[in-house]
Design a protein. Structure first.
Length: 134
């Protein structure tokens, strides 16, 4: 019988210590945990996920979240949820990187994906391939 490990760690410390635009930490069959560091003036880029809700939590920095045309200011200790089908974007408006983590349901990226920069992420065509952390 296989033992399931799950994910247990200090998410605040991991998020604040992350300098990669995107770093996939955990991939379950139905959920994915991803760290992000968005550089000043940069953004994730507008997107719509018709099949997944998305949760964000900001650990450091200042930014804005756009959901279907409405802009919300965000900062450390704030959480945001983007429902499936909503056009959204997250932008860093501060002088330091916006550091956050996000949960997708279902997974979006291959497990272990690391994109050091937004340029790297934009150039990548990888997508979740069904392989999980466990």
């Amino acid at each position: 019988m296989r033992k399931v490990q799950g994910f247990v760690d200090d998410i605040e410390k991991l998020t604040e210590g992350n300098s990669d635009f995107r770093r996939v930490l955990y991939t379950g069959k139905n959920l994915q945990l991803v760290l992000m560091a968005i550089q000043p003036g940069d953004a994730i880029g507008e997107e719509v996920h018709d099949d997944r809700d998305q949760f964000f939590r900001v650990e450091a920095g200042e930014g804005e979240l756009l959901i279907d045309g409405t802009v919300h200011s965000v900062e450390a200790d704030m959480a945001m949820i983007v429902p499936a089908g909503a056009r959204h974007n997250v932008r860093c408006t501060g002088k330091e990187p916006l550091k956050l983590y996000t949960l997708y349901a279902p997974p979006e990226h291959r497990h272990g994906t690391v994109h050091a920069t937004k340029t790297d992420a934009d150039a990548s065509e990888e997508h979740f391939d069904g392989v999980t952390s466990e």
